[in-house]
Ligand binder design. Structure first.
Ligand SMILES: [Zn+2]
Length: 396
């Protein structure tokens, strides 16, 4: 079995090894080494990248037997070859910060919010800790985050080791081990002790920063989205720039953005209410005008600029309520689209769905509906009266 060098030294980024075999992982050929400093994807942490014998490492995975597979770009080096491996440092350091940050955040969530971690994921772009409490407020999560950052400032030592079983039994582990033998403990001095086989920082200061982005509900529990290290520093600075851009738009400081948005929302609500009121008045007078044009056929054809499908429906309902033998063929152009609504009163036997279908076919549009009511959309261009006339002729 491959010796895992990263257990003893998570900052070992160069190593020499011998190819002892070729394997297969998920349909790809892999290189098996006698020893490796490459961390394989496991325990919610992504695998390392870098190079092996000059070949680019595409992925590192461990199979069910614990064998580590190095997937490389290019032809596999022969069994027996001595080669050197180089771990991509920035990615490894980022993973160390995220992984250590996750341990500390899980501990803080337990201490501050009594929220035990059930699982965690350290993704390429997003990291999460899932906890088994139904309600976790953002305030509590931020409190936990701030406790973590205090411990980061204290620059406490972090030690990873495999204790004797007797010693292990006496340790206050935060969670149960997932393996039975050779249980490795990660000890954040005086703060957290968890069983883990990942790569961690050597002191809390190396984590740099933990940043809780948000809390959301998740399958009966709560999910905390967080980041750490360089990624957290980038995200906080990006968020700061975004907030600055927003506050510039509102001509206020960052602390005034919330009030400015609330004021805008209430002004928008008032404006919408006024617009609805105006629309009702407009609709009522428009219906009267439509009804005056209604002759023997009781057929009303009108194109109303700016009328959306909701207004078209409102108008048609008011017309057929006043004249039960009417057929209403309305169009409204909004944002370059011609919306069509066709409706009939209860004493009409006109087939609205059928004429909508014909209108669609004749004009490269689409739509349909029931005999009583049909809706659709056709391209603008041509007079609405002419289009209706052509469709009525085809219907006859
Ligand atoms: Zn860990």
């Amino acid at each position: 079995m491959t010796e895992r060098l990263y257990y003893a030294d998570s900052l070992l980024l160069d190593f020499d090894a011998q190819v002892v075999g070729h394997g297969e992982w998920d349909g790809h050929h892999s290189v098996i080494l006698n020893r490796t400093a490459f961390y394989p994807e496991s325990g919610g942490q992504l695998g390392d990248r870098g190079s092996l014998g000059g070949l680019e490492i595409l992925d590192v995975q461990a199979d069910a037997n614990g064998q580590i597979h190095h997937l490389v770009a290019g032809e596999l080096p022969e069994v027996g070859t001595q080669l050197s491996g180089e771990i991509e440092a920035t990615r490894r350091r980022q993973h160390m910060a995220l992984h250590t940050g996750q341990h500390m955040l899980s501990r803080a969530l337990l201490d501050v919010a009594n929220a035990p971690t059930v699982s965690s994921r350290l993704g390429e772009h997003n990291c999460t800790v899932d906890v088994s409490v139904e309600e976790l407020s953002e305030e509590k999560a931020w409190e936990a985050c701030s406790l973590v950052n205090e411990v980061i400032s204290e620059d406490r030592a972090i030690r990873a080791y495999v204790p004797d079983p007797a010693v292990l039994a006496s340790l206050p582990l935060r969670r149960d081990p997932k393996v039975e033998n050779e249980i490795r403990v990660v000890d954040v001095d005086g703060f957290d002790m968890s069983p883990c086989g990942g790569t961690h920082c050597l002191s809390t200061a190396q984590v740099g920063l933990v940043y809780v982005r948000s809390v959301e509900r998740n399958k009966g529990g709560a999910r905390v989205n967080f980041s750490a290290g360089q990624r957290a520093r980038l995200e906080t600075s990006l968020d700061g720039h975004r907030l600055k851009a927003l506050s510039d738009r509102f001509s206020c400081g960052p602390e005034g953005v919330k009030d400015a948005i609330e004021n805008m929302q209430s002004a928008l609500k008032e404006a919408n209410a006024r617009a609805n009121q105006m629309q009702k008045l407009y609709a009522a007078s428009y219906v009267e005008r439509l009804l005056q044009t209604c002759g023997e056929t009781a057929r009303l054809v009108a194109s109303i600029p700016g009328a959306d499908p909701a207004l078209l429906k409102q108008l048609s309902q008011q017309v057929v309520a006043k004249r039960s033998d009417a057929v209403v063929l309305l169009a409204g152009v909004v944002d370059g689209n011609r919306n069509v609504l066709i409706a009939r009163g209860e004493n009409s036997d006109f087939d609205c769905g059928r004429i909508m279908k014909i209108l669609g076919e004749q004009n490269n549009g689409r739509g349909g509906g029931r005999p009583e009511l049909a809706q659709g959309r056709i391209p603008t261009g041509g007079s609405w009266d002419d289009l209706v006339q052509a469709a009525l002729e085809a219907l006859a």
